[in-house]
Design a protein around this ligand. Structure first.
Ligand SMILES: [Zn+2]
Length: 132
């Protein structure tokens, strides 16, 4: 639980901290307590905010559930983006291999065929490199 430094002293004589309750009864309501309240510190406790109205108590938990659901969905979508980017990288590598293994030799064959048809002679080696 995150907190900020309060402005009163707890029963231990240390500055209390301000925390936020996220219970159904007090959603988002701030309170001051001992900084070690949940680790065996003193039992100092003081509400910082006034009690919430019944409408806020009814609405805020639903909004929190929606935020949590959206955050979970967003996390899943970000994970899916990572998966798709990895898959895209694999496909790019596969396309590059295809170009090297199939398309370039095919281009060479086409050039040789065109040269044979147009010039009437078979071209290969350094002469073909000059054309490409
Ligand atoms: Zn204390």
């Amino acid at each position: 639980m995150s907190h900020v430094t309060g402005f009163v002293e707890c029963y231990c004589g240390r500055t209390a901290v301000i925390r936020t309750a996220w219970t159904t009864e007090n959603p988002g309501r701030r309170f001051q307590s001992c900084r070690d309240y949940d680790k065996g510190g003193c039992k100092f406790f003081s509400w910082e905010d006034p009690p919430m109205c019944s409408r806020a108590k009814a609405i805020i938990p639903g909004l929190l559930r929606k935020i949590n659901a959206f955050e979970a969905e967003n996390k899943g979508l970000l994970r899916r983006i990572d998966e798709l980017e990895a898959e895209n990288l694999k496909l790019k590598r596969k396309n590059l291999k295809f170009a090297i293994v199939v398309l370039i030799p095919l281009l060479v064959l086409i050039c040789q065929w065109v040269c044979k048809v147009v010039y009437g002679k078979h071209i290969e080696g350094d002469n073909l490199k000059m054309i490409l």
